[in-house]
Structure formats: structure tokens, C-alpha cells
Design a protein around this ligand. Structure first.
Ligand code: AMP
Ligand code: MG
Length: 474
């Protein structure tokens, strides 16, 4: 089948969203295009450009704003929706259907008090954040292109406006199911369940005539994929920042990049979102919040799944998360993953040591992939470091993988998107210089490689560059 646009979600009916055309920014121009991704999707560059600029849309696109609900910071908002984004259409390649979503496309019926716009600052953060996740091998929505304009958007100050073209197989959030459940619209909820089941369940799991089986299989999919995703976040040192149920993807991708942050120093209680006063979405609470969110999803499906079956499905969460996390962390240490108490204690004690010394998380693991000495030098408590390294060396004698250093360098990135670097890229971009964006895009797309010419981009922040404030929607 030749690739083409389709609009299967739009065909579900008017209860699922509002059809609307983008309102392009004045004199917008392309800032960056993810060529490798466009090629992988066999999407012509011209079509990508048209979509990110919002006009003229390629033939076959029928844009719409989706409606959904969500638990935001624990409180339920019965109606949210795409307030500044539009699902432009679905790009169908052999075997896959890719949602194309334009963020910053103008006001919609779900904009509430917002202006429907996105600023360059937050769009650039999403663009680089999703490239970084993709480069790290963590499930994520991807960004295909970024456009900017001199047309300003009012926030705390007037800022340049931007649009971002996002692509993923799935724009369905936990909050989509909550919307129909709390509206008491059971037939529409069932329609959504069957639609998602036909699109996202593995072959053989979708039952055309059994909505209840589909609901349970979707809960199983969300549970396992969310558990794996959060294990990746914890192993990499990524804090999402706004894990509201409207920002949770049904298929477990990193979704809706807002005030996210990668850890610099290893601080378990790190809160990346300046507006999160209570620390609800602190780094070390993400695992618990993932389960809280899955409970909210399960509740909205409780008319279709027996309570014991819900419990059975949700019970897989903790186990999947721990197993994935442990496997990833043993990989970072270059050890064979066995359920071995000595190795678990070694890992736990390392994390305690890194936290007590406020050691750079990414830097430490990369250094350990080079030599014990380099790792040692990053820890202030030298006797503590030496003691741990001795135990590590003993573990390596027992359980190291072959070619340990090479193996570790493929699992411990040299480059992550540090906040201070994102901030520098934003400031240059606002002044019309996109070279730092280009450089970051290059290293973040292949973060395990050395990129010797770009080593400065691997540096941890200086003290005054830590804890830069980043907050919600912009
Ligand atoms: P977010 O914090 O980006 O996940 O957004 C939460 C909700 O607010 C979603 O329904 C967004 O569509 C909406 N929203 C965020 N920013 C704007 C904006 N500038 N204009 C209109 N709606 C917005
Ligand atoms: Mg959102």
C-alpha cells in the first residue's frame, strides 16, 4: 500500500472532538526538521513543512481538536482537550498509522483561557526532549519539525511564537477514557475501547466482538508499558514533571513534554516543575504516581472489567517496573542481571553514596564505563568511594558481562539534555541563532557516541546553572 493520509479518529464522530483548521503564525519559517524521522516514515519533506507551518495542509488531512478529561495534580478536570494542538491526520505506511499533531495551532473550543499558542522556549524544549528520549532508546512521542515566527505570544513577557509537529502511533491519553466515563457515556466509552483495541493491541489480542476482553487487554497494555516506561525514566534520571492523567499515553510513551528535567546531581527528591509545590511529581514519586494514574484509568473501565480482573492486571505493575529497572541498572553497571542480593545491595549502596555526595548521575555512570579512577574522582567521600569500588570490582569478577566497558558505554550516555544547556539553546534561538539547537540535536540523537568535537555539551552545570526554574504550560 502506498503511504497516504487517513482520519480514522475523526470518523469516530463529533463527540470525540471538534474539526478545525490551524491558524498559522504570521510569516512562520522552518527552524528544524528531523530528516531521519521524515525518511523513516517516508514522509516527503514538503508535506512536513506544510504541516508544521499549518498551511497549505497536504491533501487528505482533516484536522481536529480531541476532547479528553484528566486528573491534574490529583484533582479531576471533567473537560480538557487539545487547547492549542490539532490532530492533523494519520499517515499510513505499510503496517503503521502515525498521528500527526500540530502544537501551537491556535485556539480551539478547549482552549479555556489560553491563547492556543506555544512559545519557542517550550517548543524547543519538547523538540530536543523528544529527540533525547529517542536517542536514549526510551519510548516517546517524536518531534518531526519546529517552526518559528516573529509573531510574539504574551506570557510573563512577550516571547516568540512557535509550532511543533509531533508524531506518534498514539495520541490517546488515560484522560480520553475518563472523559466518557465521568460523562456517563458508556456506548461512547465502548466505541473508544474498541477503536483503541483494533489499533493498539497485538494481533490476536483484539476481539472484534468482545468489548470487555478488549478493555481488559488495553488495561494490561497500559499497565505493562507504563511500568517499563517509568523504569526507564528512573534508570536514566528523567523527571517528567506533570504526570497528570491527561499526559499519560495509553501505549506508555513519554508524552507532553512540559517542565521535565534530567537529573544533574543525583537527588532522589528532585522536583523539576517549579509550580509543583507539594512535590507530587518528584523524581522518586514517579513509580507510585504511575500506579495512581493506572488506577484512574482502571476506574474509568470498571464497567467493562470485573474488579478481580482489574486487580490482577494492576498487580503486574510493580513487578514489571522492578524487573525492568533492575535489568537496566545492572546493564549500566556492566553486570549480568541475576536476582542476586549482593548485586541489589551494591546498587542500593551506590545510589545512597551518590545522593549523599550530590554526584552527577550521568557523569558518574559514564566515568565508571571508562575506569574506576575516573568514577572515584567524582565522589567527594573518597573512603566511601573506594570501599564501594572494591565491592564493585569483586562483583565484576563474579558477574561482569564480556567486554564490560564497551557494553557500559552503550548504556550510559555521555550526553543528556541538561537544563542549563536547553536554556542556552533557547536564549540563542530567541536571538535567531540555531547552531546550539543543531549541535544538541546531533549529540542527543546519538548520546552514547563520543562526539569528540562536542564534549563541552557533556559537562555538568556549574553551581549557579543548577535548579533553573521551569514551570507548567507555556
Ligand atoms: P499541558 O500543561 O500542556 O499538558 O496543558 C494542559 C491543558 O491546557 C491542555 O488541555 C492544553 O491543551 C491546555 N493548554 C495549555 N496551554 C494552552 C494555551 N496556550 N492555549 C490554550 N490551551 C492551552
Ligand atoms: Mg498536556
Amino acid at each position: 500500500m502506498p503511504a497516504k493520509f487517513d482520519n480514522s479518529f475523526a470518523r469516530l464522530g463529533p463527540e470525540f472532538g471538534t474539526r478545525q483548521m490551524p491558524l498559522p503564525l504570521a510569516n512562520a519559517t522552518l527552524i528544524h526538521l528531523n530528516q531521519a524521522l521524515a525518511e523513516a516514515l517516508a514522509l516527503p519533506q514538503e508535506a512536513v513543512q506544510q504541516m508544521v507551518l499549518g498551511e497549505p495542509l497536504p491533501p487528505g488531512c482533516e484536522p481536529l481538536a480531541m476532547v479528553y478529561a484528566g486528573h491534574q495534580f490529583g484533582g479531576f478536570s471533567p473537560q480538557l482537550g487539545d487547547g492549542r494542538g490539532l490532530l492533523l491526520g494519520e499517515w499510513c505506511t505499510a503496517g503503521n498509522r502515525w498521528d500527526l499533531h500540530l502544537k501551537g495551532a491556535g485556539r480551539t473550543p478547549y482552549s479555556r483561557f489560553g491563547d492556543g499558542r506555544a512559545v519557542l522556549r517550550s517548543s524547543l524544549r519538547e523538540y530536543l526532549g523528544s529527540a533525547a528520549m529517542q536517542g536514549l532508546g526510551i519510548p516517546t512521542t517524536q518531534a518531526l519539525a519546529l517552526a518559528g515566527s516573529r509573531q510574539t505570544v504574551m506570557r510573563e513577557r512577550a516571547e516568540p511564537g512557535a509550532t511543533l509537529l509531533r508524531v506518534t502511533r498514539c495520541h490517546i491519553r488515560f484522560g480520553h477514557f475518563e472523559y466518557f466515563f465521568y460523562q456517563n457515556q458508556q456506548p461512547l466509552l465502548e466505541k473508544l475501547v474498541n477503536y483503541c483495541a483494533s489499533r493498539y493491541l497485538a494481533q490476536g489480542q483484539y476481539s472484534p466482538d468482545d468489548t470487555r476482553a478488549n478493555a481488559r487487554a488495553l488495561l494490561a497494555l497500559a499497565t505493562r508499558s507504563t511500568a517499563k516506561l517509568i523504569a526507564h525514566w528512573q534508570a536514566t534520571g528523567f523527571a517528567h514533571g506533570v504526570m497528570n492523567t491527561d499526559n499519560m499515553s495509553l501505549i506508555g510513551e513519554t508524552f507532553d513534554f512540559g517542565p521535565y528535567g534530567f537529573l544533574d546531581d543525583f537527588e532522589p527528591g528532585f522536583i523539576c516543575n517549579h509550580s509543583d509545590d507539594q512535590g507530587r511529581y518528584a523524581f522518586d514519586r514517579q513509580a507510585a504516581i504511575g500506579l495512581w494514574n493506572l488506577n484512574a484509568l482502571a476506574h474509568s473501565l470498571s464497567g467493562l472489567i470485573a474488579i478481580d480482573d482489574i486487580k490482577t492486571e494492576l498487580a503486574h505493575y510493580q513487578h514489571t517496573l522492578s524487573e525492568t529497572y533492575y535489568t537496566l541498572m545492572m546493564g549500566k553497571l556492566g553486570l549480568k542481571a541475576q536476582a542476586n542480593e549482593t548485586q541489589q545491595a551494591l546498587l542500593q549502596d551506590l545510589l545512597t553514596l551518590l545522593a549523599a555526595n550530590r554526584t552527577d548521575y550521568t557523569g558518574f555512570f559514564r566515568a565508571l564505563s571508562e575506569s574506576a579512577e575516573q568514577a572515584r574522582d567524582l565522589i567527594t567521600d573518597r573512603p566511601g568511594a573506594l570501599q564501594w569500588l572494591e565491592r564493585y570490582s569483586a562483583c565484576c569478577n563474579q558477574a561482569a558481562v564480556p567486554e564490560r566497558e564497551t557494553y557500559m558505554r552503550a548504556r550510559n550516555p555521555k550526553f543528556i539534555l541538561r537544563n542549563y544547556l536547553a536554556q542556552q539553546a533557547i536564549e540563542s534561538a530567541e536571538a535567531g541563532d540555531f547552531s546550539m539547537l543543531e549541535d544538541l540535536f546531533t549529540v542527543l540523537s546519538a548520546p552514547y557516541d563520543e562526539h569528540p568535537g562536542h564534549s563541552a555539551l557533556a559537562k555538568p552545570p556549574a553551581a549557579h546553572q543548577k535548579h533553573l526554574p521551569v514551570s507548567c504550560s507555556s
